[in-house]
Design a protein around this ligand. Structure first.
Ligand code: NAP
Length: 284
C-alpha cells in the first residue's frame, strides 16, 4: 500500500483528483491537505508535517492561481508558487517520495505558434508564469523522482472558471466582449485528474504536457459554451487582449503538444468540445 499526499486537495483540480485517486488506485491511502491543514508558505511547518506523514508520493497542486493577482502581488506569487513549492520539494526529498507538480502553459511566451513540447525553452511573460517556472526548477533541483505536468485553461465543477463565468454573464447581459487573440486548449479538470492518475500508475518521470486536444481562442470557446448551453440571444464581440487591458500579459499562443503522454502511456486526451459537453451535462 502506498500513501499518497495531495497538497491543494480542496481546489478546483484537487477535488476531482481526490475522487479519481480514491476510485482508480484502490488499496492506496490518499490523504488530502489544503491551506487549513498546511500553509506551504511556512517552510518549517510544511517540512515537519509532511515528514511526519511519510508519504510515498506527494502531488503538489496548491498554488496562488490568480494570474492578474500575481502580477499585482509579486511577493505573494513567489512566496506561494516558488518558495512554497521549494518547501514541499524539500519535504518530499527528505521522505524519498516521488513528487508530482502541476505547472502551466504560461511558462511559455507564445512566440512558437505551434504546439509547445516538453523540451521547448520556457520564457514566461507574466509573474504567475515566472513563479511557477521557479517552482518547476525547485522540484527538479531537490527531488530525484519527479513528475512535472504542465496544463492549461482549466475548468471544473469546484472552482470559479471561464465556463461558469460565461454562463453567469449570459444571464445578466445581452452582449459579451471576449478576447480573440489568445489561443489554447480548454481542459476539463476531470480529464486532467484521470491523466495524472494514469501517469502515476505508469511511474512516469520528467516533464509532461496534458491538455484536452484541439485548440481555440477564448472567444470561440465562449461562443461554443453559449451554443451548447442553448443561449442564442447573447451577442459575442471579439476583442483584443490590449482592449481588455488585464494587468498580466498572456501568451498569444500556448497550445501544449501532448504526444509524449500518448507515447509513454497510450492515453489520448479527448477533444475539448467533447469534454465541455460532458461538463455542461454534469452542471445541469
Ligand atoms: N486554473 C488553471 O487554468 C490552471 C492552468 C494551468 C496550471 N494550473 C495549475 O494547476 C494547479 C491546480 O489549479 P486550480 O485551478 O485547481 O487551483 P485552485 O482552485 O486555485 O486551488 C489551489 C488550492 O491551493 C490552495 N492554496 C493557496 N495558497 C496555499 C498555501 N499557501 N498553502 C496551502 N494551500 C494553498 C488554495 O486555497 P485558497 O483557495 O484558500 O487560496 C486552493 O485550495 C495549480 O498548481 C495551478 O498552478 C492551473
Amino acid at each position: 500500500m502506498r500513501r499518497i499526499l495531495v497538497v491543494g486537495a480542496k481546489g478546483m483540480l484537487g477535488r476531482d483528483l481526490m475522487e479519481v485517486l480514491h476510485s482508480s488506485i484502490p488499496g492506496d491511502e490518499v490523504v488530502g491537505w489544503d491551506i487549513e491543514e498546511i500553509d506551504i508558505q511556512k517552510e518549517e511547518d510544511t517540512v515537519t508535517k509532511i515528514e511526519k506523514l511519510r508519504p510515498d508520493i506527494v502531488i503538489h497542486i496548491a498554488a496562488y492561481t490568480d494570474v492578474d493577482g500575481c502580477e499585482l502581488n509579486k511577493e505573494k506569487a513567489f512566496a506561494v508558487n516558488a518558495e512554497g513549492t521549494r518547501s514541499v520539494a524539500l519535504a518530499a526529498s527528505k521522505c524519498h517520495a516521488k513528487m508530482v507538480y502541476l505547472s502551466t502553459d504560461y511558462v511559455f511566451d507564445g512566440d512558437k505558434r505551434e504546439p509547445y513540447l516538453e523540451n521547448d525553452s520556457p520564457h514566461p511573460l507574466n509573474v504567475y508564469g515566472q513563479s511557477k517556472l521557479k517552482g518547476e526548477q525547485c522540484v527538479q533541483a531537490l527531488v530525484k523522482d519527479f513528475l512535472i505536468i504542465r496544463t492549461q485553461w482549466l475548468y471544473g465543477l469546484f472552482g470559479k472558471n471561464f465556463v461558469s463565468s460565461i454562463i453567469r454573464q449570459a444571464r445578466e447581459k445581452s452582449t459579451l466582449s471576449i478576447v480573440d487573440d489568445q489561443t489554447g486548449s480548454p481542459t476539463y479538470t476531470v480529464d486532467l485528474a484521470k491523466a495524472v492518475s494514469v501517469l502515476i500508475q505508469f511511474g512516469a518521470r520528467g516533464i509532461f504536457h496534458v491538455a484536452n486536444s484541439g485548440l481555440c481562442t477564448w472567444c470561440s470557446f465562449g461562443q461554443t459554451i453559449l451554443e451548447l448551453s442553448g443561449v442564442n440571444r447573447v451577442k459575442v464581440i471579439p476583442i483584443s487582449s490590449m482592449e481588455l487591458g488585464r494587468p498580466a500579459t498572456r501568451p498569444f499562443y500556448s497550445v501544449l503538444g501532448c504526444q509524449k503522454l500518448k507515447e509513454e502511456t497510450g492515453l489520448t486526451m479527448r477533444p475539448w468540445s467533447e469534454a465541455l459537453k460532458d461538463y455542461l451535462r454534469t452542471l445541469n
